[in-house]
Design a binder for this molecule. Structure first.
Ligand code: NAP
Length: 293
């Protein structure tokens, strides 16, 4: 009987925790590491092994998956003093699923190759809902054959799995995704404001629009949360702000102006100034309303 590849999983946040659960339930031998160790308790009770550092999680792993906050955090868990690279076997594949800059992803690929470690940047889209339902969209940069080796792992986590190009390309596509997500979220917030001011029930408005040409993920997933006044995070304001920093610096490097993304970034600054950095990105609605009043 062929045994499943061994996985070391680093980062059990809003996204990582449900993803790790899917891998464990699918029968992959799983070792987990999370900076706040207590978040791993339920997984350990269900059969995962817990490591005290990323370096202790990596030995024997065929795949080391990371999903942490930003580029410096990925560098720390993979290449820092206790980083996974120090425990990994030659030929292991590191898959970073965080959203970071394409430049950092390319740099990680180069540095890991010096240790005979393959690297895929494989950011995800689909939000907390996609992570819980294993319906994430995964866009990967790196070598095609390495992507094919990782496909059985991706199949447990998501639905649309695409190799989009060489190292860093996954993060470029993710940056494109964040432009659409951010500008669309602003459009949803504007429509909700307009409905409310005109005495239209927001849930009714969402129901109608979801059946027509303005249907979107933000409308169907963020719209109802906003209408209920639910600003708990599936995806935090500060993370969308991080992503738009990546987007806008990439655009600047190519002499591009992205006025929609720039506008959303301004509203997010207002969110942060009002203490809403750790609320869900749907709190954009609050910043928009403040600007309108
Ligand atoms: P989150 O809930 O804040 O989780 C972040 C995770 O990273 C936590 O496990 C945290 O550990 C860990 N971490 C952060 N910095 C670290 C460091 N320096 N060393 C070790 N561990 C560190 O965030 P999330 O929503 O899961 O997002 C994770 C990544 O996925 C981000 O890059 C985000 O942009 C991306 N993403 C998120 C969504 C979404 O809808 N949430 C969708 C697509 C992509 P602690 O538990 O100790 O804090």
């Amino acid at each position: 009987m062929q045994t499943k590849p061994r996985i070391a999983f680093i980062g059990l946040g809003i996204m990582g925790l449900p993803m790790a659960w899917h891998l464990l339930k699918a029968g992959f031998p799983l070792t987990v590491y999370n900076r706040t160790a207590s978040r791993a308790s339920d997984l350990v009770r269900a059969g995962a092994r817990q490591a005290a550092t990323p370096a202790e999680a990596a030995p024997g792993a065929d795949f080391v998956i990371s999903i942490v906050t930003d580029g410096p955090d990925v560098e720390q868990v993979l290449l820092g003093p206790d980083g996974a690279v120090h425990g990994a076997q030659h030929g292991a594949v590191f898959i970073d699923m965080s959203t970071i800059s394409p430049e950092t992803a390319r740099n990680l690929a180069d540095r890991l190759s010096l240790h005979q470690i393959e690297f895929l940047d494989a950011p995800v889209s689909g939000g907390d809902v996609g992570a819980r339902n294993a319906t994430l969209t995964i866009m990967a940069g790196g070598k095609q054959d390495v992507f094919e080796r990782a496909r059985p792992v991706f199949e447990v986590l998501g639905k649309r799995l695409t190799h989009v190009g060489p190292a860093g390309a996954g993060q470029v596509v993710k940056a494109c995704n964040q432009v659409v997500t951010a500008v669309n979220l602003l459009a949803v917030c504007e429509a909700l404001t307009l409905a409310e001011k005109n005495g239209i029930d927001q849930q009714t408005m969402i129901h109608v629009l979801a059946g027509g040409a303005s249907q979107s993920w933000s409308l169907e997933n963020m719209g109802p949360r906003i209408a209920k006044g639910d600003f708990t995070p599936g995806f935090m304001v500060k993370l969308l702000q991080k992503d738009l920093n990546i987007v806008l610096s990439l655009a600047r490097r190519h002499g591009l102006a992205l006025p929609g993304a720039t506008l959303v970034q301004r509203f997010l600054e207002d969110n942060v100034a009002h203490g809403e950095a750790t609320e869900g990105s749907q709190a954009l609605y609050k910043a928009l309303k403040r600007a309108a009043e």
